[in-house]
Design a protein around this ligand. Structure first.
Ligand code: C5P
Length: 234
């Protein structure tokens, strides 16, 4: 059973959620999906009727969006068997994966104040979990670089563009959403660009992260690899 923190970062479509959650199950640890927090904060902004320019990550003058995102009543449950995201008590797990939230989430997550707020929240959840004697696998974009820079194990997942677009399309199809690989590929490229180029904690691998390419490994293959790494370093 893992104690302490495993950071799992990387761009979308690299298998982060499946991998991080599966690793938490294998290690008897808790699981925190920080992307779900940015997504739920984005949903709160959209429900408040605020329209954002989804192509910008420097949206000045969006104090209204920042105010809504930083006061949204989010509740994360960290059971890897049943991870849940609640916004003001409502389970929004399905809605936050829809196309509208996906289109706007990079803009909301680029606000430095929103990041400060959610990072503090993430650190609080991690600290409480660790104080309880449990381990936690935390997935996101800046876990190894910003949220938990002292994590004993940091994983950075990568995969080819082709594989990533294929995975996202398959996910959309199985969740009953429209999907086509070339549109999905374009959306992934757009989010990568926004997430990597923003000023506030851009997506990048920590210097001491272990890079794992998931293009040619199946889920169990990735999990075997990560479990070995956790056994060595955890
Ligand atoms: O991982 P997921 O695709 O759910 O993340 C959605 C978005 O949330 C990312 O595209 C990124 O803009 C943002 N995010 C972030 N920092 C994190 C996790 C997610 O900026 N730690």
């Amino acid at each position: 059973v893992l104690q302490g923190v495993v950071a799992v970062d990387g761009p979308s479509g690299t298998g982060k959620s499946t991998t991080a959650r599966g690793l938490a199950m294998r290690l008897g640890a808790r699981y925190l999906d920080t992307g779900a927090m940015y997504r739920a904060a984005t949903l709160a902004v959209m429900r408040a009727g605020i329209t954002l320019d989804a192509t910008r990550t420097d949206a000045e003058g969006h104090d209204d969006a920042v105010a809504v995102a930083t006061t949204a009543d989010l509740q994360m449950s960290t059971d890897p068997a049943e991870p849940r995201v609640r916004l003001a008590g409502e389970d929004v797990g399905a809605e936050i994966r829809g196309a509208d939230v996906t289109r706007n989430v990079s803009a909301v997550s680029a606000f430095a104040k929103v990041r400060e707020h959610l990072v503090a929240e993430q650190r609080r959840i991690v600290a409480e979990t660790v104080a309880d004697g449990a381990g936690i696998v935390v997935e996101g974009r800046d876990i190894g670089t910003v949220v938990e820079p002292d994590a004993p194990l940091k994983i950075y997942l990568v995969a080819s563009d082709h594989v990533r677009a294929g995975r996202r399309s398959a996910e959309d199809t199985s969740a009953g959403r429209a999907a086509d690989t070339s549109t999905t590929g374009a959306d992934l490229a757009r989010r990568d660009r926004l997430d990597s180029s923003r000023a506030a904690s851009p997506l990048r691998a920590a210097d001491d992260a272990v890079e794992v390419d998931t293009s040619v490994l199946d889920v169990d293959g990735v999990l075997d690899r990560l479990e070995d790494l956790a056994a060595d370093r955890g």
